[in-house]
Write a protein that binds this ligand. Structure first.
Ligand SMILES: [Zn+2]
Length: 258
């Protein structure tokens, strides 16, 4: 039997269409303050299933959740995970997403189940980038373009992979999660974007509902997204309007040199 035959996917699709809205809607009211719940794990796995149905490019990506300390991964020191608070990543070496027990617990507690679906969507977006184009951070000095593009793709996944439109409240909470983990370390290579940028790009992807809308591979298109987005009146950008221009300039320079 083919592992990922079409009929299997059709069946899974039917089942999962029921799972995620249920998990996000009905069960979220019954959460308490315990460690990561079965529901959180269920939402992560249901999100995985739905995203894989929607996007064939990530069907070979694995998800390890919740990953206890010492989970084998070639992307960490000593080839094992640490169960860190924010340990959630896509590892390109084995095309595996790892979300630690701690990260799952923290995110569920602080941001709710929508954030878990959003996180899973963001990490699968890295899987898609990897499969299609590779990472721009291999070419330019910053990972910010990859990260914002992943947020955009996550918005598309959340819109298209789930069969029922999320409520405004759920979208708001997904955005709030990304906004809260955005930061202002604009000069660091690992900068993921400011809170306003992350939220806006996620919303952009959600509204467009099309992967091609996020597949803006040149920096100019990204710039349009950023400039046109009303919600991007972010403090940092207001204070330092040249930041994006500088990023784009430096990225272009490096690309042209190579
Ligand atoms: Zn990322």
């Amino acid at each position: 039997m083919k592992k990922h035959g079409n009929s299997d996917y059709q069946l899974m699709k039917g089942l999962l269409k029921i799972c995620l809205p249920l998990a996000l809607g009905l069960l979220s009211t019954s959460l308490d303050a315990r460690a990561q719940s079965f529901t959180a794990v269920g939402v992560a796995r249901a999100s995985e299933g739905l995203i894989k149905i929607y996007d064939p490019k990530v069907r070979d990506v694995s998800l390890v959740v919740p990953a206890p300390k010492g989970t084998p991964t070639p992307c960490r020191d000593n080839n094992q995970s640490t169960n860190g608070d924010w340990e959630a990543f896509y590892c390109r070496l084995d095309r595996t997403i790892l979300i630690s027990q701690q990260a799952l617990e923290q995110i569920e507690k602080r941001y709710g189940l929508e954030a878990i679906a959003t996180l899973v969507a963001h990490e699968f977006a890295h899987g898609r980038q990897h499969a299609l184009t590779g990472f721009s951070s291999d070419l330019v000095w910053t990972s910010v373009f990859d990260e914002l593009q992943a947020d955009c793709i996550a918005g598309v996944y959340m819109r298209r992979a789930t069969p029922i439109a999320l409520s405004q409240k759920q979208i708001k909470r997904s955005k709030a999660f990304l906004e809260n983990i955005g930061n202002y370390s604009v000069l660091e290579r690992e900068w993921h974007g400011t809170p306003g940028m992350r939220g806006a790009v996620f919303q952009f992807g959600y509204d467009k509902g099309s992967l091609s809308a996020c597949w803006a591979t040149n920096e100019k298109s990204w710039r349009n997204v950023l400039v046109n987005s009303a919600t991007l009146m972010d403090k940092v950008i207001e204070k330092t309007p040249g930041v994006i221009d500088k990023l784009i300039e430096r990225g272009s320079d490096l690309l042209n040199d190579s």
